[in-house]
Design a protein around this ligand. Structure first.
Ligand code: DAT
Ligand code: MG
Length: 141
C-alpha cells in the first residue's frame, strides 16, 4: 500500500442491526480506500485467537462468544494516518463515553457490544490484516 492502513471490523451487533451500509458509507466519507473486505463468521477459537492479548481480562469469555455469535465484516482501510483516524472516527470503547457523531456513539449499544473494531497501532494492523487476508487476496492492491 502507498499509505498507512488499518484493520477494521463491523462486529456482529453492527451487522445484525443493519448498520453495515451506513458504516461503509462513513468509511468512504472519511477518505479511506477499502483495499480488501469480507464477511465471515468467526469460530470461537478464531475469536479467542484474534483477541488473545485480552485473554487474562475478566470480559474475555463474553467478548469471544459475542464475536463468534454472528458474521462480521472485516476490511483493510488505507489513508494517511489510517490507524489513528479510524480510532477517532469510532470513538471511545464505551459508547456512553464516545464523542458525538462517532460510530460507537451512533450505533453501539454497550461497552461489550460496540459495533466496530479498529487496530490500535500500525504494527497490530499488520498482524490483524494477516489474520483475515492472505497475500494472494492482497496482491495487486
Ligand atoms: P477497543 O475495541 O476500543 O480497542 P479494547 O481493545 O480495550 O477496546 O477491548 C477490546 C474489546 O473488548 C472492546 O471493543 C469491547 C471489549 N471490552 C473492553 N473492555 C470491556 C469491559 N470493561 N467490559 C466488557 N467488554 C469490554
Ligand atoms: Mg483494542
Amino acid at each position: 500500500f502507498e499509505k498507512e492502513f488499518t484493520l477494521i471490523m463491523i462486529k456482529p451487533d453492527g451487522v445484525r442491526s443493519g448498520d453495515s451500509g451506513k458504516i461503509l458509507a462513513r468509511i468512504e466519507q472519511e477518505g479511506f480506500k477499502i483495499r480488501a473486505m469480507k464477511r465471515v463468521r468467526l469460530s470461537l477459537e478464531q475469536a479467542q485467537q484474534f483477541y488473545s492479548v485480552h485473554a487474562a481480562r475478566p470480559f474475555y469469555g463474553e467478548l469471544c462468544s459475542f464475536m463468534a455469535s454472528g458474521p462480521v465484516v472485516a476490511a483493510i482501510l488505507e489513508r494517511d494516518n489510517a490507524v489513528q483516524h479510524w480510532r477517532d472516527v469510532i470513538g471511545a470503547t464505551d459508547p456512553a463515553e464516545a464523542a458525538p457523531n462517532t460510530i460507537r456513539k451512533l450505533y453501539a449499544k454497550s461497552k461489550g457490544e460496540n459495533a466496530v473494531h479498529g487496530s490500535d497501532s500500525v504494527e497490530n494492523a499488520k498482524i490483524e490484516a494477516a489474520f483475515f487476508f492472505s497475500g494472494l487476496e492482497l496482491a495487486g492492491q
